[in-house]
Design a protein around this ligand. Sequence first.
Ligand SMILES: C[S@@+](CC[C@H](N)C(=O)[O-])C[C@H]1O[C@@H](n2cnc3c(N)ncnc32)[C@H](O)[C@@H]1O
Ligand SMILES: Nc1nc2[nH]cc(C(=O)O)c2c(=O)[nH]1
Ligand code: SF4
Ligand SMILES: [Mg+2]
Length: 211
Amino acid sequence: MSYRVKEIFYTLQGEGARAGRAAVFCRFAGCNLWSGQERHRPTAICQFCDTDFVGTDGPGGGKFSTADELAAAVETAWAGNSTDRRYVVCTGGEPLLQLDEQACAALRERGFEIAIETNGTIEVPSGVDWICVSPKDGAALVVHSGDELKLVFPQAGLQPAEVSELDFEHFYLQPMDGEHRAEATEQAVAYCLEHPSWQLSLQTHKLIGIP
Ligand SMILES: C[S@@+](CC[C@H](N)C(=O)[O-])C[C@H]1O[C@@H](n2cnc3c(N)ncnc32)[C@H](O)[C@@H]1O
Ligand SMILES: Nc1nc2[nH]cc(C(=O)O)c2c(=O)[nH]1
Ligand code: SF4
Ligand SMILES: [Mg+2]
């Protein structure tokens, strides 16, 4: 298996239960819910995406012909001490179009704990330590369990109650960024106040201006 990666960078996880933790982000190219091209956004299944995941031209990005080459590139981006808890967040685009058992094994061999950010439409291979599922209105969910469920809110056709009984440790509402972020944030706060099993996830990296 070869891998197409948009960018690989070292930063703090900005979202969810592990916000604040140092991590290498490995952003895989491509998604099954949007082409990534602006002209296709109005007809895409997922229309609110905040990310450029097209191509392999970002910092640290490229085409890696083996799992070990991919893991080596992730290791190169790790800027913490080698004795520290190494952590990689596999995201995209949709990482599960490409992340397989071999890639997980190669990352683990280099000492990485592995997290994924996924839209939940593709099965998760074994070897992933932390599963964050972010369901999308109109996209059938196949991943019904994991560590955190992070719902971008509001989504007209997908209410929190429709996913609140799934088998996750943490339930987060993340205000939809874009034109209406302020209203989305107000609504998310109100929902969490009324439904304490849900917690607020802010995109803290955007608030402080880091990647
Ligand atoms: C760019 S996605 C990549 C991973 C995967 N495709 C997914 O959707 O979970 C990373 C995270 O950003 C969230 N996200 C994308 N666009 C957003 C937006 N406009 N506002 C808030 N969160 C957003 C996604 O729901 C997901 O939790
Ligand atoms: N700092 C930071 N945290 C993140 N958490 C999830 C992200 C993503 O795009 O998947 C992301 C990201 O792009 N940057
Ligand atoms: S599923 Fe994830 S990567 Fe794909 S378009 Fe939606 S938010 Fe972006
Ligand atoms: Mg992001």
